[in-house]
Write a protein that binds this ligand. Structure first.
Ligand code: ZN
Length: 151
């Protein structure tokens, strides 16, 4: 298992060094702000959702630890081109996976790259780093203007 863990680490460090979809969207249809005071992670999320409820563009800006940055980066990669309903399903399955509630072999959808972050379930303090971008996503899709706080 040690090798597998090394690989996970590499994916996370890669996304932390070179975050995908970094930046703002000029004509965002949805925006969200998230803050994790425990770690100091901050995120601004920008989405452009078209008339067919497809997330055409999803970008983020922010400062945070490797886990929060990698999680946001991987999230934008996975969700671009998906529908809002699919994004909400991913939210559910992802949060279950990082809190350890997810049962293997019982998945409604394949987490794919997101699976690399499920390792944080062994580190409860880092779970909020991994889920910050996702809670911010859900709040922005629900049209909330409040800053998402993990505390
Ligand atoms: Zn963090």
């Amino acid at each position: 298992m040690a090798n597998l863990r090394d690989l996970y680490q590499e994916v996370i460090m890669d996304h932390n060094r070179n975050p995908r979809n970094m930046g703002a969207i000029d004509h965002a249809s949805h925006t969200g702000e998230g803050f994790n005071p425990l770690c100091g992670d901050q995120i601004d999320l920008y989405l452009y959702v078209n008339d067919d409820s497809v997330i055409e563009k999803i970008c983020f800006e922010g400062k945070g630890c490797a886990i929060s940055t990698a999680s946001a980066s991987i999230m934008t990669e996975v969700l671009a081109g998906r529908t809002v309903d699919e994004a909400k399903e991913y939210f559910q399955v992802f949060c279950e996976s990082v809190t350890g509630k997810h049962k293997d072999g019982n998945e409604a959808l394949d987490l794919g790259k997101l699976e690399v972050l499920s390792g944080v379930k062994a580190f409860p303090a880092r779970v909020k780093c991994a889920t910050l971008a996702w809670h911010t996503l859900l709040s922005s899709l629900d049209g909330s203007e409040d800053t998402v706080k993990t505390e």
